[in-house]
Each structure stands twice: as C-alpha cells, then as structure tokens.
Write a protein that binds this ligand. Structure first.
Ligand code: GLC
Ligand code: GLC
Length: 815
C-alpha cells in the first residue's frame, strides 16, 4: 500500500485511492485496432490503428495542468459542479477510486450523496469504446442533478490538427440525430469514415460547438454550459466540434440509473455516403447504438474483455513463487505492458505524442520477444510487415507508419543493429510455435516493390549485412547508431537544429560497435540452431563459422582489461574504455558480449558482470548506462553527451538494458544477483512513489540515476523495450521456462533460499504444470526432471505426442 494506491492482485487491478498522483498514471485500453489512453482522472484520447493519422479525440501534450483532456463526465448538483474523476474541475470529492484493470478503467467518485461510476473499455474486435455509467443516490433524500458528457474531437491527422488552424477552424462538420452526435469533418470529400459519440439513454440536450459548451474564455474546469446547468443544442460549423450530452436525473434515496456512452470509429465501406445532400447515411452508426442500448450486451462485452485477458494470461502463470513483486509483474502487469508495446511500439503514451515515431524496426522486433506467446499469429504478421521495410542490401527503414506499413523516409536507415533483431524475433516465433512456414512466406524488399523474396532470404541478407560492413578492427560498423540511438559516432553536429540521429556521413566511416558484434553473436547462434532444427547442417556450419570468427574478433579487439570496450569512434579511438576520461564503461557491450557467449570460457563474462556491479549498479535504482557520465558535449560522440549527467542515455538508468544484465547473471548462475537486479528496476517494488513518480505497475524507460540530482525519479513509462525484455528475463531465465525449437527448456536461476515455485505454461497446445523444488538450496542446475512421473535425461521437455493436452512436470534443482 503506497500513499497513492495498492495492487488488488486477485482482481488483477491497480487501485488508485487519490486522484492527485505524482504524474498522471495511465492505463491502455484496446488490443485490436481501436485504442485508448486513459489516466486515473479519465484523461487521454482514442484513435484507430494509427495515433497520427486516425486520432479521434483531442489531447494537448505538455499541458499545464497536465492531462487536462479526456473522457469527462460533469455533475451539476445544485450550485456545485464536479467530476467523478476529480479533473478537470478538481472540486474536492467525498470519495474517489480508480481501478486500472486489464483493458479497462473504472473510476468512481462521490459527492454530497451522489456516486458516479464510469467504466471505460473497448470490446474485443470492435472499433469503439464504451463508458458504462452508473449514477447512484447514496443519500436519504431525493437528488436532482444534471450529468454532462464531454469529448473534444480531433480532425484525425493529429499533427495538422494541432498546427494548421487557418484550415482546421473552417472544416468542422457534425450531424445530430436523437442522442447521437456524428463528427463528420472531411467526410464530404475524401474521408469515408466518421466518429460517433452516442448515448444509450434519452438526452435532455447536447452541444457540438466548443465555444458554446466550454466558452472562449472559460476552461474545461468551468465550462459555460455546465456552469449554467444547460446545454445549448449547438451545431458546430467550423471551429472546434465537441461532443457533449446532458442528462437530467431525479433519483430517490437508494435509486440507481445505468446507461452508456459509445464512442465509435465508423468506416462507411460500400454503403452510400449520403441519404440526401449534407445528410450522411447513418445506418452503421444506428446499428452500433442499437446493439449497445441493451445493458446486458454491454455487460457481455465487458466480460469478453476480461475473459480474453484471462485466456491470454493463462498461457504463462506463476501461481506460487516466493517474491510477490515478481509474481504480480510476471502474472499480470508485465504481460499487459508487452501487449501495449506490441500494439503501440513507441507511438503513443504519456510521453510519446502519437505523431512522432510509428513502429520502430528494432523496437518492434524486440517487442515480439515478450509478446509472441500471447498471440503468435499476430506476431507472425508483424514480423513479415517489419521485414518488408528492409532494403535488398540489408539496410532497414528505422521506422514505419502502422497505417501504410511504409518506411518513414524522414529518418531513413543506417542504424546498423536493425537487421539483426529480425533474426531474434523470427527465432522466438518459431520456438514458440514450431511453424517453419513463416520462413517461406513471401516478403518483398522495400526497394523492390512486387518482388516476392522470402523471410529466410531477409534473414540471410541481415547476417550478410553485418559481415560485409565491418571496420578496421573487424567489428561491425555502427552507422548512425546501434541500439543506443544516442551514440552517434558519425554525427559531428555543431548545429542545434540538426537531428542527432540523421546527421553525418556514414558512407566511408570507420566507427565500429562492439554492441552489434555481441548482438551478431547472439543472432548467429540463434540462426545456427534454427538451421539445425530445419535439418540444414551445412547452413548451420556456415553460420557457426561466422560466429567463431566474430567471437575471435571480439575477444582479440574489444577486451579492455576488465570489461568489454563499447565502440571505436570515427578515428578508431576506443569508447567505453579505461583510457577514456568519461564514459569509461558502458552497459550494452557487457550485456551483449555476455549474452552472445563471449567470455564464457575465459572468465571475462564474469568479470564484465562484476564491472557492471562495481561501476554502474545501485540497488535502489538499477544500473546506469555508463560511468562516469559525460559532463561536456562531445562532438565525436553525439547525443549521448547531450543529456545532463544521470539522465537518459547519459548515465541514466535505462531500464531496457538492465534486463540484459539480469539475463547475464542467470547465465553466470548467480540467482541472488539476478533477482536483486530484477527488483532494482521493478516498478511495483519502489519504496517511495513521491520520489519515483511513475506508475507502479509498468516499467518506465528510464530512472534518474545516482549521478543526477534527482535519483530514483522514473520517466517515460509504458512504451519501452523493458516490457518485453523484462518478461523474457523473468519468465525464461530467472524462472527458466524457455521455449526451444524441440521442446520446453527448464533452466531456472533463483536465489538459493527459494524452496521452489510453480509455473503453468501453455506451449504448442499443451498445458504444462511445472513444479520446481529446491531442497538443497541451489541457484541453478536441474538434477532431475519427471515428465508425467517418468524421469528423463537433461532439462528439455520433449514435444508431447499429438493429442496430449496436459502434462505434469516435476523438477528438482541441485545438479
Ligand atoms: C529508445 C528507442 C530505442 C533505443 C533506445 C536507446 O527507447 O525507442 O530504439 O534503442 O531508446 O537509445
Ligand atoms: C532520443 C532519445 C532516445 C530515443 C531517440 C529516438 O534521442 O534519447 O532514447 O531512442 O530519441 O529518436
């Protein structure tokens, strides 16, 4: 229980008990094509598929007060005006509670005997959201009140919407029919879609013009119509269309009224666009409202949201494990975050405005690692989409728009780690499903439209790309950057208006990345194993050869004495070396060299991890990205030296890369370290949320490190590769239940004092109930493995005979 709320683990909810959290605490609604961001005060917005190109409701980022647009309900009760979610009026409430659950948020607020509950969710496979609203009279006297709904519509293209008022003030159009408000801006011309904001109950008034409802000189905290207790039935024509309904209620003591608002994205399809000039054909909108005017249908839709999540989560559960934080993150919230990162990449959150980056090549490939077990079919499609933005020479568009699936020309390519991540995601998919047909799936190159190469061709192209683009030390060239977007060794930017990421000639550059070398090792090992699984031993041997060659290069060129060097700059000087004045040691090269198998046989892996422990780690915050931070701007290093020390890539705790070290410790057999490090960045394990500030239930991209003046402050929550990798670290490496091509590996690495734990894993159609016992107090090593009572050798559960649905596994550690 913190000052702001607590985990209700049984209901898989985080309960926020006061509205004034240190930052808005966000939930993500939607899993398919319609998405909504929703904070504990009902702040946020909705969009269809693409937060930039199909934004339905408006949101002002970087606003003050923060988080002041959303899905608002106002209550006018006598003279008092309040919101059940507290904002925007901030009228003090008698009671407040927000429950962020799996795909829904339920806000309940009460004042002067009246309680309003607002449950917001997006039904599976629907392009709409429902606000189920209950108004209750909890007092002993009859209560008269008016309830107002409010959303502000966005003109779909979110960047234009917030920059081009000379046009946008003159395009707004709406229609009203009974309780339904139709936002149809640009529908007369090229759009074949509209937004519906309807109410399942008879209304007493409405507004569609912002100036009429809010007023030009008022704010959302004192909208004119609400203050007056009456909507004006305005019809927006240009300016800013909004949707507001008025419902007058007289409730006897104990009486309750329940109804719903529906906000839908509707595509007209082949239906005629108009019934008459200026009168749109509303068949689809009417159908939607008819469907949900039945409360039972709404309740069924809500149950469907919950059931779907329960089914997904049942794929990996850890019913018993000694650590409560690990349990709740693995069982619920970490998987929820994996769903969000898969769907939204780095596009829209409290920090990503939905107009910047679309899907990231490296990001989305990594997101699949934590998502593939949930919905492998969708991961399959995503892998093919991503691969299609690769060029035939192996370079990749760094980002693409989800709506068009086309690479984003502004940022282009030249991030030389990108191609390799495709191998990790593809292998993860095949390990999960056994489905090799993905490799033959037709998948063209972005510069050869119409070409029908296969995914396997992309994978070979990716390996070849790294091999063919190496520098003076034989290490991979870095290009604009590797995983660390801010290590810009070819940028040399002196102009504040230049992009660190895109500036600089990477053509003849010599700058090399040890991180990419480590990633190559990892990818090559993955790929060789895949070829072996395919029965292609010749190909496997070829890749083994590349692996051996790169390993030799790493060990000969990149060992700095006590850790792995991070890179070599454009002049071939080491970066992340004891010879550097600042930035002597970086985390990424320790992580990836160890993960790739470097240092395994010569003691260097252990030393590299120990160096991380000594120079980067702080048990309260996690590991800083490098040490010491850069105190001045370095032309030859780029953006990494631009941030103030202790923030972001300049020695902040960048959670994403911490998780690789967690895996590293499990490889070293250090169960105590693995868990301690895991907990150091675990949001639910934070001690003081006035310091941490961010959500307790999802990872933040970064925490200010011990090298900053505000250590422990979390920032950029939700959309970070930490989601996927943390789930991989905990589920596959600490708990050690790891899919392989030929079966399920059991390879835990736990604190010695753990007596055991249980895992339930659905894998290739079979439910495995796994009980791990640790009678001898070991960290790692499977002594015996019983499959349905029969002892088998080794620690890989073979694939079961077809027809099997449930298998019992008993594991004893202690080898
Ligand atoms: C951001 C980017 C990611 C990058 C990381 C480190 O999270 O989305 O692609 O790897 O920063 O710079
Ligand atoms: C900034 C961030 C980095 C992110 C990049 C994306 O440089 O520091 O984390 O990956 O922008 O463009």
């Amino acid at each position: 229980m913190s000052t702001y709320g607590y985990f209700d683990d049984k209901n898989r909810e985080y309960v926020i008990t006061r509205p004034d959290t240190p930052l808005p605490w966000l939930n993500m609604l939607g899993q398919d094509e319609f998405f909504g961001l929703c904070t504990q005060t009902a702040g946020g917005y909705s969009f269809w598929k693409d937060a930039r190109l199909r934004r339905l409701t408006r949101y002002r980022y970087n606003n003050n007060p923060m988080d002041n647009d959303g899905r608002f309900l106002y209550v006018k009760q006598g003279k008092s005006v309040w919101n059940p979610g507290w904002k925007p009026t901030r009228t003090p409430l008698d009671a407040f509670e927000c429950r962020h659950g799996l795909g829904y948020t339920r806000i309940t607020g009460s004042k002067a005997g009246v309680e309003v509950e607002q449950l917001m969710f997006i039904p599976p496979q629907e392009n709409l959201e429902i606000w189920r609203v209950s108004v209750r009279n909890r007092s002993k006297t009859t209560q008269k009140l008016s309830l107002f709904s409010f959303v502000e519509f966005c003109f779909y293209e979110a960047l234009n919407d917030m920059t081009n008022y000379q046009r946008t003030y003159s395009i707004g159009e709406v229609e009203i029919e009974d309780s339904a408000i139709y936002h149809k801006t640009e529908y007369r011309e090229r759009r074949n879609h509209y937004t519906l904001f309807g109410c399942t109950r008879k209304i007493n008034g409405y507004d569609t013009s912002r100036d009429a409802f809010v007023g030009v000189h008022n704010g959302l905290h004192d909208p004119k119509a609400v203050m007056a207790g009456k909507c004006t039935n305005s019809h927006a024509y240009g300016w800013n269309p909004v949707g507001a309904h008025q419902i007058d209620l007289t409730l006897k003591p104990g009486q309750e009224e329940t109804f719903a608002f529906v906000l839908a994205y509707v595509e007209q399809g082949d239906l005629p666009k108009f019934d008459a000039p200026f009168v749109m054909n509303k068949t689809k909108g009417r159908e939607i409202l008819a469907r949900y005017s039945d409360l039972a249908a709404i309740d069924r839709a809500f149950v469907a949201v919950k059931t779907r999540w329960e089914e997904l989560l049942a794929i990996y559960q850890v019913p018993q494990v000694p650590d409560a934080n690990l349990r709740r993150m693995v069982n619920t919230w970490n998987q929820v975050q994996c769903m969000a990162t898969f769907n939204l990449s780095r596009a829209s959150s409290g920090y990503e405005t939905g107009i910047g980056r679309g899907m990231g090549y490296r990001d989305s490939n990594q997101d699949i690692l934590g998502f593939v077990h949930l919905l492998p079919e969708r991961a399959r499609q995503r892998i093919l989409d991503i691969a299609s933005t690769q060029l035939s020479d192996g370079t990749c568009f760094h980002q693409y728009q989800p709506l068009t699936k086309k690479g984003n020309a502004d940022i282009g390519g030249g991030f030389n780690d990108d191609p390799l991540w495709l191998i990790l995601s593809t292998c993860a998919y095949i390990r999960e499903t056994g489905d090799l047909t993905i490799l033959d799936a037709p998948c063209g190159y972005a510069d050869q439209p119409g070409s029908q190469q296969t995914l396997l061709h992309h994978i070979d192209t990716s390996i070849a790309y790294t091999l063919n683009n190496r520098g003076p030390h034989g290490l991979p060239l870095i290009g604009h950057a590797d995983w660390n977007d801010c290590l810009n060794l070819n940028c040399f930017s002196k102009e504040p208006n230049e992009s660190f990421q895109c500036t600089g000639d990477i053509g003849g550059s010599k700058a090399e990345s040890v991180m990419i070398a480590g990633l190559f090792l990892y990818a090559a090992r993955d790929l060789a194993a895949l070829y072996r699984f395919m029965g292609k031993s010749g190909e496997a041997a070829r890749i083994d050869g590349y692996y051996a060659d790169m390993l030799k290069t790493v060990e000969e060129q990149a060992w700095d004495g006590a850790w792995y060097t991070r890179a070599f700059d454009a002049e071939s000087r080491p970066v992340g070396s004891k010879t550097c004045e600042e930035g002597k040691i970086y985390i990424e090269s320790q992580a990836w060299c160890v993960l790739g198998g470097a240092g395994a046989n010569n003691g260097r892996a252990k030393k590299a991890l120990q160096a991380v422990d000594k120079y980067l780690y702080d048990r309260n915050y996690g590991c800083a990205l490098q040490y010491p931070p850069y105190s001045t701007y370095h032309l030859e290093l780029g953006e990494v030296s631009s941030y103030p020390p202790g923030y972001k890539e300049n020695a902040g705790v960048f959670s994403h890369n911490n998780t690789w070290i967690h895996i590293g410790w499990t490889m070293a057999g250090e169960g105590e370290k693995a868990l301690e490090y895991y907990l150091s960045i675990c949001p639910s394990a934070k001690k003081d949320y006035d310091v941490y500030r961010s959500e307790p239930y999802v990872y933040a991209q970064m925490t200010a490190s011990q090298f900053s003046p505000t250590p422990g402050e979390g920032k950029n929550s939700w959309l970070t590769g930490t989601g996927a990798w943390s789930f991989v670290a905990a589920s596959q490496h600490i708990l050690g239940v790891r899919p392989d091509f030929n079966g399920l590996i059991i390879d835990p690495c736990i604190p010695k004092k753990w007596k055991g734990f249980t895992v339930q894993r659905k894998f290739r159609g079979v439910t495995y109930t796994i009980a791990v016992k640790n009678p001898k107090g070991k960290s790692k090593g499977v002594k015996s493995l019983l499959v349905d009572g029969k002892k088998i050798a080794g620690n890989v559960i073979p694939l079961p005979v077809p027809g099997t649905t449930a298998v019992k596994i008993e594991v004893t550690l202690g080898a």
